[in-house]
Write a protein that binds this ligand. Structure first.
Ligand code: F6P
Length: 339
């Protein structure tokens, strides 16, 4: 069999581990031919592909980013400046001309949606979920998330000491445009005092009251963890906006930090390496069984798969009754909705 692998959407730690997992299993265990496709779905339109042997897949396990490159191009969505071209048709034609028997799409929500649509077009597709945001429906976890939580947690740990020295309120903005998983996990792991998530509407009066109460009982500093997606307005970043409002409403000296792309770069954590390897190997196994139209996933600590058409267009958000939120509330963490 001949398979193609691509990575699409925002990068994250662990993509290379997944490429290696698919490629090595496909070559070593199943004797398949493996083509790497450049820059997401763009490479399938421009036929930018390269035959990969096992040696090329060695030594990439620990690398961040993706050796294949990525892009946010969505073939089923017409974007400004596009040539008048039927991209799905071109992809289909190139898939056939390249003699591919299957296509592995490593990506987040958008990619899994495209993978589902390509399945409908008759292509043999397997999806592998990746994103630091951990918001792909149909899996308990995506790789990239654990690494991002490590980085964010370390950053917040470092803010604690400087906040304490200066008796300041430190606001840190973390990634998560729709889902607050990174903020919830790293906020709880680093002892954040206030954690604001896109899934829980917050009230600035409550945030200000909690900070003033902390100040008045002699707690010299506070850490406020904010997910980037808590505000729909794009005028200012959520971190800047919240820090400014806190300062205005409380008079407390406040600083903000926007962690940004540091969360997405660098080497994957051991957990993400293992998860990505597992997903990659499972994808190759599904292809060997000609079981197409699925996204590999993790459910209750077991590697499994879920139909792509169930995943496409859905998001896995933090439920307000999430156990970690409950635990936090019982320990005095404020989520912006109540004291
Ligand atoms: O990878 C997901 C994500 O990190 C989001 O949380 C963030 O909004 C987005 O990517 C930004 O990425 P880019 O600037 O590459 O579109």
């Amino acid at each position: 069999m001949r398979i193609g692998i691509l990575s699409a959407g925002g990068d994250c730690p662990g993509i290379n581990a997944a490429i290696r997992g698919v490629g090595k299993t496909a070559i070593v265990e199943y004797g398949m031919e493996v083509y790497g496709i450049s820059n997401g779905f763009t490479g399938l339109i421009t036929k930018d592909v390269v035959l990969m042997d096992e040696k090329q897949l060695s030594g990439i396990l620990t690398y961040g980013g993706t050796i294949l490159g990525t892009s946010r191009m969505k073939p089923f969505k017409h974007q400004d400046g596009d040539l008048v071209e039927n991209k799905p048709q071109t992809i289909k034609q190139n898939y056939e001309e390249l003699g591919l028997d299957a296509l592995v799409c490593i990506g987040g929500n958008g990619t899994q949606k495209t993978a589902a649509l390509l399945t409908k077009e008759g292509l043999n597709v397997i999806g592998i979920p990746k994103t630091i945001d951990n918001d792909v429906w149909g899996t308990d976890i995506t790789f990239g998330f654990d690494s991002a939580v490590w980085i964010a947690t370390e950053a917040i740990d470092r803010l604690h000491t400087t906040a304490n020295s200066h008796k300041r309120v430190m606001v840190i903005e973390l990634m998560g445009h729709t889902a607050g998983w990174i903020s919830l996990y790293s906020g709880m792991a680093s002892g954040g005092d206030i954690i604001l998530l896109p899934e829980i509407p917050y009230d600035m009066n409550i945030v200000a009251d909690v900070l003033l109460e902390r100040y008045h009982v002699g707690k010299p500093y506070s850490i406020v963890v904010v997910a980037e997606g808590i505000m729909k307005s794009k005028k200012k970043s959520a971190g800047q906006e919240i820090a400014q409002q806190i300062n205005k409403m409380t008079g407390l000296e406040t600083r903000e930090t926007i962690l940004g792309y540091i969360q997405r770069g660098g080497s994957p954590s051991p957990f993400d390496r293992l998860l990505a390897t597992n997903y990659g190997a499972h994808a190759a196994e599904l292809i060997s069984k000609k079981k197409f139209g699925y996204m590999v996933s993790m459910r209750d600590n077991k590697t499994t798969e879920v139909p792509l058409d169930e995943v496409g267009g859905r998001l896995k958000l933090v439920e307000p009754d999430n156990e970690l939120i409950e635990r936090g509330r019982h320990m005095g963490v404020c989520f912006g909705d109540k004291k």
